[in-house]
Design a protein around this ligand. Structure first.
Ligand SMILES: O=c1ccn([C@@H]2O[C@H](COP(=O)(O)O)[C@@H](O)[C@H]2O)c(=O)[nH]1
Length: 232
């Protein structure tokens, strides 16, 4: 199963982003814009990145009452985005409302349900009253998301094999929590794998931010990850 790379463009300014996008144009197809850039620059920056030729994944992780999420999806639908996230923990009614809004405004948009954040481990779930293991909770939320009409999920690469055994084969599995050494440590990501291991597990896409953005040569780091995916 092919696995492509998505760059998480988590930088503070468009000036910081510009040289990275310039260097990566032509070798990378997907760019993820998250809360940092969207709260700073809004929809116009989404259009700017799409105009450069990148496919845009807008990672806003919507989570609110069903009506509010549906209205947000309606507002975002006309933007040139290919993927958009919401939190599956918002529940089935919220996800069904989001899917209905997406189908009305942008039928090609892939709505992705975030299951358990890759920065959360068993202790973090327990802290908020969830006694299930991360894997069990991901499986539960994944089933709910798919039965609510979502065609893609965000999860850790550690849960991909489990989800592949139980969900429709066509389900897109997008995995952040990627560390080139394959080990957690030194930052907030807790449930991690290396790019090659994530691809071998069956990820449709991996999402990588800091290992590229903080590399001395982001273009070389991107090439190395793409080569790793191609060899997986
Ligand atoms: O469970 C999740 C969901 C989303 N993310 C996002 O992915 C990137 C990862 O960046 P790194 O710098 O490679 O850690 C970031 O934008 C997160 O918001 C995630 O990490 N985990």
């Amino acid at each position: 199963m092919p696995c492509d790379l998505i760059l998480a463009l988590d930088v503070p300014t468009r000036e910081a982003a510009a040289p990275i996008l310039r260097q990566l144009r032509g070798q990378l197809r997907w760019v993820k814009l998250g809360l940092q850039m969207f709260t700073a620059y809004g929809p116009s920056y989404v259009r700017e990145v799409a105009d450069l030729g990148f496919d845009v994944f807008l990672d806003l992780k919507l989570h609110d009452i069903p009506n509010t999420v549906a209205k947000a999806v309606e507002s975002l639908g006309p933007l040139p985005i290919k993927m958009l996230t919401l939190h599956t923990s918002g529940g089935g009614e919220m996800m069904r409302a989001a899917v209905a809004a997406q189908q009305k405004t942008n039928p090609d948009l892939l709505l992705l349900g975030v299951t358990v954040l890759t920065s959360t481990d068993a202790a973090g779930l327990d802290e908020i009253g969830v006694t299930a293991s991360p894997a069990d909770q991901v499986a539960r939320l994944g089933r709910l998301a798919v039965s609510s009409g979502l065609r893609g999920l965000v999860c850790s690469p550690l849960e991909v094999q489990l989800l592949r055994r139980t969900l429709p084969l066509s389900t897109q599995l997008i995995t952040p929590g990627i560390r080139p050494a394959g080990e957690a440590g030194g930052d907030d990501q807790k449930r991690v794998l290396s790019p090659a291991d994530a691809a071998r597990a069956g990820s449709s896409f991996i999402v990588v931010g800091r290992p590229i953005l903080q590399a001395p040569d982001p273009a070389a780091a991107t090439r190395a990850i793409l080569a790793e995916l191609n060899g997986a």
